[in-house]
Write a protein that binds this ligand. Structure first.
Ligand code: PXP
Length: 239
């Protein structure tokens, strides 16, 4: 059955908008789990604009599902991951000016840096996923780097509506290829209650990482319900 990991960055964005101690991603995570989430994702950015170490520490001690830490492949982040030991680390590219993650990792350009981080994480017992584009060469590099999973960037598929079929085909082919190499396949970025539907028919995708659309819907219907609705769509769509 396909899994749903809920990204809680924007609970922390709201908290930081007023520099308050609420809403709290830790309380939110518990509601997500009650709503049916299979995992919780947070992105600890180098500028700490939303999620903080405190969140990571408390989530690690609190949640009952899998904790996935999104992070840039830097020494600082590596040490943090090895300290808090999330179940998964998803390596992502990061630049200070971006509003959200822009594009997947270029594993050709970052090969040696990523290799060192993956090796150290694996030695620490942490599973590693790489956020990449739906591209054969990148998938082959992910395999060569001995990552356990890839997360295919769905951003263009969600934004470039005119070319949606083309991107859907690329995501499907990339999922099949990665799965044939025994990589676990995830997908995420920009997914919502509508655009996820065609992706549910791709049997190789085992997990979705979704944040903004769920947190936005939670403003109207509550977080538990927003997660439950997404999880129900995933279960129904797979049938
Ligand atoms: N996957 C990755 C690698 C991301 O960086 C993000 C955004 O933090 C997401 C998934 C979730 O994207 P969204 O918030 O658009 O659902």
């Amino acid at each position: 059955m396909k899994k749903l990991s809920v990204n809680l960055d924007h609970i922390a964005t709201l908290r930081e908008a007023r520099k308050e101690n609420f809403p709290d991603p830790v309380q939110a995570a518990i509601l997500c789990e009650i709503g049916g989430a299979d995992g919780i994702t947070v992105h600890l950015r180098q500028d700490r604009r939303h999620i903080k170490e405190r969140d990571l520490e408390l989530l690690r001690r609190t949640i009952k599902t899998e904790l996935n830490l999104e992070m840039a492949p830097t020494k600082e982040m590596l040490n943090i991951a090895l300290t808090y030991k999330p179940d998964w680390v998803t390596l992502v590219p990061e630049s200070p000016e971006e509003v959200t993650t822009q594009g997947g990792l270029d594993l050709l350009k970052t090969y040696s840096v990523v290799k060192e981080v993956i090796d150290r994480l694996k030695d620490g017992g942490i599973k590693v996923s790489l956020f990449i584009e739906a591209d054969k060469t990148q998938i082959e590099k992910a395999k060569e780097l001995k990552a356990m999973a890839i997360e295919i960037n769905t951003d263009l598929y969600t934004k470039d509506i005119k070319n949606r079929d083309k991107y859907l085909k690329e995501i499907k082919e990339a999922s099949e290829y990665a799965s044939s190499l025994s990589l676990l396949v995830r997908a995420g970025h920009g997914l919502n209650y509508h655009n996820i539907i065609p992706l549910l028919k791709i049997k190789e995708i085992e997990e979705f990482a979704i944040g903004f659309s769920i947190i936005a819907r939670a403003v109207y219907v509550g977080l538990k319900e927003a997660v439950y609705e997404m999880k129900r769509l995933i279960i129904e769509g797979e049938k």
